[in-house]
Design a protein around this ligand. Structure first.
Ligand code: SDX
Length: 423
């Protein structure tokens, strides 16, 4: 792939030639794997300027605020596609024909049920366990039901594992919610769409018929679509690293869920709502803006900033438009939305945020929509995990379907050098 080279001159005067590789778009990369022979490691805490892999799935241009899934913009997909079609695109690399989509939707639909024994798994969780804690455990436990039938060298077995994960995560997520409120689990229904089925399993009860509102179904599907994948983010990189050891895909997705949970990552959507409630009124915003700017105060404006986007997160723009539509369609007024919009206005005109190119990210508005469709705050990151499972498993597939090496970073060691044990 190398057409250009970088030359590195070492303190010894030795010059090392490092190949430069060019992608189809985005920054070129310098292959530094040759440094080891010269006795050097690269040093890049947080991987700020490190490309850990080659990928064809998702492209992000942080300066331009561009997000493409297999070349299709997130704006086009949000307007013209749906979540399961986007899942097909991420996994297979192309949009499906009408018949391919029907077959895929049927395959997912017929994998939504769980082994009955898994329901008893929840008996071990305290009723007020955080749903993300339950998800980490329950998804990892899926390995126990499929481990002996998974030959991950088989393309077909990997495809079935992906179908099972995409299909079963909503069922498990709804079970986490039902367990937390002491209601009976609802079995999936094959006559409902993916998003309608999830809402049915969340809010339906055996006591009466539950009809999913089309407006809420559309909002849920758009939320799933907007969170489906995002290049090599922390949780996706976790799934790739776990997968590089040969761990099964269910265990890898469970590791991804654990990484997503942090408030700096997928936990931010829950943290945004908690922050807006803590702010409480528009009059209190300036005080919180000052806290966010204070280097000695650990408080950060949740839903603001991004490692890659130094412009608006395109998903936040789509989310904000959806927010307005959903609240209008459901005739819901949410005072937290007014606080969020005023917070955005003030922050975007403040030098601190402008200098650091801190803009609202995907999590800033998603919580408002999720609240409007009655998803409890503690379930926000679970929804993110349900949606991102297709991204995680698509990156896992991209890695394991070609030759790969176990991921094993090195370090700059600054600890004690060897010393004798005291007599
Ligand atoms: C997601 O990677 C992905 O793609 C993730 C994601 C996905 O789809 O997978 O997009 C989903 O995780 C979105 C991000 C959700 N997180 C939050 O909203 C939490 C709040 N944001 C921050 O924690 C932060 O912005 C990060 C973690 C998102 C990004 O952190 P970086 O890239 O390490 O940036 P940084 O911490 O080095 O910040 C640079 C400066 C610092 O100030 P200085 O030291 O230069 O003075 O900006 C400041 C930071 O203190 N800063 C903030 C801030 N975010 C950064 N100051 C106040 N409020 C904030 N939110």
């Amino acid at each position: 792939m190398a057409e250009k080279n970088a030359l590195l001159t070492l303190p010894t005067g030795e010059t090392i030639t490092l190949p430069i590789y060019q992608g189809s778009t985005g920054p070129d990369v310098i292959d530094v794997s040759g440094l080891l022979k010269a006795g050097y490691f690269t040093y890049d805490p947080g991987f700020m300027s490190t490309a850990a892999t080659e990928s064809k799935i998702t492209y992000i241009d942080g300066d331009q605020g561009i997000l493409l899934h297999r070349g299709y913009s997130i704006e086009d997909l949000a307007e013209k596609s749906d979540y399961l079609e986007t899942c097909y695109l991420l996994w297979y690399g192309q949009l499906p024909s009408k018949s391919e989509k029907e077959i895929f939707v049927q395959a997912i639909t017929r994998h939504t049920m769980l082994h009955e024994s898994l329901a008893h798994f929840f008996d071990g969780f305290h009723h007020n366990a955080h749903p993300m804690a339950m998800m980490c455990g329950a998804v990892g436990a899926l390995s126990a039901f499929y481990h002996d039938v998974m030959d991950m060298r088989s393309e077909r077995e990997r495809e079935i594992a992906a179908h099972r994960l995409i299909a079963k995560l909503p069922t498990l997520a709804a079970m986490c919610f039902k367990h937390s409120i002491g209601q009976p689990f609802m079995y999936p229904r094959n006559d409902l769409s993916y998003s309608a089925n999830f809402l049915y399993m969340m809010f339906g009860t055996p006591c009466e018929e539950y009809v999913v509102s089309p407006a809420v179904e559309r909002a849920m599907d758009r939320i799933f679509l907007l969170h489906a994948d995002h290049e090599q983010n922390a949780s996706t990189s976790t799934v790739r690293l776990a997968g590089s050891t040969g761990a099964n895909p269910f265990a890898c997705v469970s590791a991804g869920i654990a990484a997503l949970w942090g408030p700096a990552h997928g936990g931010a959507n829950e943290a945004v709502l908690i922050m807006l409630e803590e702010i409480g009124s528009i009059e209190n915003i300036p005080e919180f803006i000052e806290k966010a700017k204070d280097p000695n105060d650990p408080f950060k404006l949740m839903g603001f900033g991004h490692r890659v986007y130094k412009n608006f997160d395109p998903r936040a723009k789509v989310m904000k438009k959806s927010c307005d539509e959903v609240l209008a369609e459901l005739n819901v007024t949410d005072p937290r939305l007014r606080i969020a919009m005023e917070l955005e206005r003030i922050a975007l005109s403040d030098a601190y945020f402008i200098e650091r190119r801190l803009f609202p990210n995907v999590d800033f508005y998603s919580g408002i929509i999720l609240s409007a469709i009655r998803i409890p705050t503690s379930m926000f990151t679970v929804i993110f995990a349900v949606s991102r499972t297709v991204g995680w498993i698509s990156h896992w597939q991209e890695m394991v379907s070609s030759p790969y090496k176990i991921g094993r970073p090195r370090q700059l060691y600054t600890g004690e050098t060897e010393r004798p044990y005291p007599d």
